[in-house]
Design a protein around this ligand. Sequence first.
Ligand SMILES: Nc1ncnc2c1ncn2[C@@H]1O[C@H](COP(=O)(O)OP(=O)(O)OP(=O)(O)O)[C@@H](O)[C@H]1O
Length: 483
Amino acid sequence: QSFPQKRQCAFQVAPQNKIYATVGNVSGSVQLCENTECCVGYYVVIDGQLKVDVRACDIAEKSCPDATCKAQMRFNGRVIKCVCNTDLCNSNITWPLESEEPQLAYPYSRGDMMKTAAILIGALIILGLMITAAKRLSLSKERNEDSHSLDDSGVPPLCSCQATRSCEIDVADIELEQIVGHGNFATVWKGKYQGSVVAVKVFPAGWKHKFAAEKEIYELPLMKHAGIVRFLGTGRKPDGDNWLIVLQYAEYGTLHSFLRDNTSNWMSSLKLCQSLSQGLAYLHSDIRRHDVHKPYVAHRDLSGSNVLVKADGTCALCDFGCSTILRSSSGHCYRQNDTANMESHAQLGTLRYMSPEVLEGSINLKNTWSLMQADMYALALLLWEIWMRCSDLFKGMSPSGVVPKRLLPYESELGASVTKESLVLYVCHMEKRPVIPQHWQLLPQGPDLEEILTDSWDVEPDARLTAHCVADRLVALQSCYSI
Ligand SMILES: Nc1ncnc2c1ncn2[C@@H]1O[C@H](COP(=O)(O)OP(=O)(O)OP(=O)(O)O)[C@@H](O)[C@H]1O
């Protein structure tokens, strides 16, 4: 597409949004757009004030029918976006209707404010008393019910893994029925344990260190969440040849095979995405509850084969064999993480899902944040895969109106088996990402989906969203667009 005269847009971006600097020559606070006639503005509401986040040429090259930059609310009004098609039109934001302008100032009188303050203080005192009473109640409840499930799986709580003590299972009680998966290190069986259907991951003696690494993660305190496959215990065959990890059984198998065999409507896709990002957000959290502590954990091998789909259509993370327990805020470090050991693990993970910094070997392994942000890149690819199999995102919109056949990230561009060299060139040097269908821009939720993806697979780890943020945005999407 060419334009008779290049569009000029106001330019103001934070350093982490440097991608915008690449879409046109910048001179001072003006940018000359290379191949779009659209200017864009993003604003965030902080402490009741509208703050500029981005003013630049629009990188998404979407249509921009308006001459002035009309506000569009995003994420429950937390982000405001505007797109327009005249020179420097993004210098100012306009409000389509007076009434839509957010109340950023608080026009209350001093008297009103004093009254409100007095009511608030009173309410806070009452709330404080109620919280103290509730805490006492929950503490005594938790003591009584320490081993009870937080989970929605219907699997009976077989043992308490809340504390650090390990969960030894007598292998004589386990019945192995059929093999459901082979990994590089273990064979996974469907089986029965005390009347419940379970998955049993069997490690040969030679992979004992892999078994121990994964067991260590599952046995961390508070590692119970609906978005993390439920750990039931470990065992050892009497002959000592095999080590076993017993897990909740996921009826639909891996997300990889689920997406190959099924398409989903919008709400089911959103459910997969929400549970996946909530599971990762929990894994990435440092949680203290009374005297137990769950440290931050980076998964480090997030892929469609390491996410399971349960009978209720939600995802659960599994395969923590490459995971790293990260230095806690108190400075105490659980898993050995001396630099030499970590360097040898610089390129853990599944090639296709490796983040640019992991592919290039430039990731800072000593930095907690970096390892978690590498997981975020893989999460973005998984969200893209889920949405590419969502029937409501293609209905009557794509040329054929049918959901494309299942494709892995970069499969259409680089083929079914990628090499590291081709990925480094494509993902790191050319900064390319999986193609987002153009017609999504015309769907009510399309621009939000695109923003979540582009903000999560950014080349700069620091610019990527956190898993908590993605989970929040997906929850906001549910209330906005419940097709
Ligand atoms: N809880 C479960 N419920 C159902 N199927 C499962 C479960 N856990 C694992 N599987 C199946 O077993 C396969 C291998 O499991 P997993 O990825 O944990 O093994 P691994 O040897 O650690 O694999 P990798 O080579 O990726 O490290 C999975 O891809 C999946 O098909």
